[in-house]
Ligand binder design. Structure first.
Ligand code: GAL
Length: 338
């Protein structure tokens, strides 16, 4: 394995890792994954040319580190230790993905560690400031992307805050295991636990109102198409409304997503995974927008969106002053037929 850094315009760097059959690219802009190719197959959505302006303008958070808070916070309001906070309502009337100054817009400092064989690590660092995003406290954030010879991409988050605050980071990569990046409906999902949290009429999830996909499929892998077409549960009306999934899941120890050629294995210590099937793609007026609905799906490891308003002081996203935050998520790509 080896790395190469390409400095583009406007301070954007591409950090390119080459591992025999797989090539993976990260950027300091949003500590994001830019591309992941297995031979000639694009495993994640990105731009055809890895050009800088694409990532500044792309409104879909492609591959970005998202936070402080992944997902929506109802009306941008929450209470913590008896104090009320109002955040920007950048997804009216809600606050989404940490607001306009979120991690996806940060230029991270970084350092590359190469162990000469087994893995390559890129250690990204930044500081999130209360003065910029109106959450309490500043947070020093470290995001470590590791790629290893087993084609496993690991993301580790470490953080510490100057005041008690919220921290619910995620990565917004879109996967597509099909060779031609045709719609993802043919991908199958499986996990020992596979529950979808229903949304209310304000686009916010419920803690307990869930649909058990394993009960629907008799514990067999279930495809996106089967999920989209199933009319037996209250999920159906929501799929029609959103034109697909935009829902938090509860999963077991690992989540498998597969097509005929590849198997993607995800493991995380975060409580939930938001699956968004890229339902509307036409709201970006740009020549660079070549994306069709359902041309990718996200697996956003995080706490339940709006957990602070749903669970109060019990919300997993609360990060106490001085406590060390750590979380780890891995995605491994396995080719089925050699
Ligand atoms: C998802 C969110 C979607 C949409 C998307 C960004 O995480 O749940 O509703 O905003 O990010 O395009």
């Amino acid at each position: 394995m080896f790395t190469e850094v390409e400095h583009q315009r406007n301070g954007l760097d591409l950090i390119k890792i080459d591992n025999d059959r797989a090539k993976i690219v990260f950027s300091n802009y949003g500590a994001r994954i830019v591309s992941w190719k297995y031979e000639d197959n694009n495993i994640v959505l990105g731009n055809v040319v890895e050009a800088d302006e694409f990532y500044f303008e792309n409104p879909f958070y492609f591959g970005a580190s998202v936070g402080r808070y992944g997902g929506r916070i109802e009306e941008g309001r929450f209470e913590l230790d008896g104090k009320s906070y109002q955040l920007e309502q950048n997804d009216p009337p809600h606050h989404l993905h940490g607001g306009p100054q979120g991690m996806n817009r940060h230029f991270f400092d970084y350092e590359i560690k190469d162990d000469n064989g087994g893995f390559i690590q890129i250690i990204f660092t930044t500081t999130l400031k209360a003065a910029e995003d109106h959450y309490p406290g500043d947070i020093k954030v470290k995001i470590i992307h590791t790629y290893d010879i087993d084609n496993r991409w690991t993301i580790e988050y470490a953080a510490e805050a100057t005041e008690t605050t919220l921290f619910n980071p995620t990565n917004h990569v879109y996967f597509n295991l099909n060779r031609d990046n045709k719609e993802i409906d043919n991908h199958y999902l499986s996990s020992s636990d596979l529950k979808v949290h229903l949304l209310n009429d304000k686009n916010l999830p419920s803690v307990d109102d869930v649909v058990d996909l394993n009960a629907l499929s008799d514990h067999q892998p279930i495809s996106f198409k089967e999920i989209f077409d199933n009319e037996e549960t209250p999920l159906h009306a929501q799929i029609e409304k959103y034109q697909g999934l935009d829902h938090p899941f509860t999963i077991g120890d690992e989540l498998i997503v597969e097509n005929k050629q590849f198997l993607l294995k995800m493991e995380t210590d975060m409580p939930n995974v938001v699956v968004f099937t890229f339902n509307e793609t036409n709201n970006w007026d740009s020549d660079m927008n070549i994306y069709k609905p359902h041309s990718g799906f996200t697996l956003e490891a995080q706490s339940l969106p709006n957990d602070i308003n749903l669970l109060g002081e019990e919300a997993p996203s609360i990060l106490r002053k001085g406590d060390a935050f750590f979380s780890k998520t891995t995605y491994q790509i396995i080719e089925k037929s050699e």
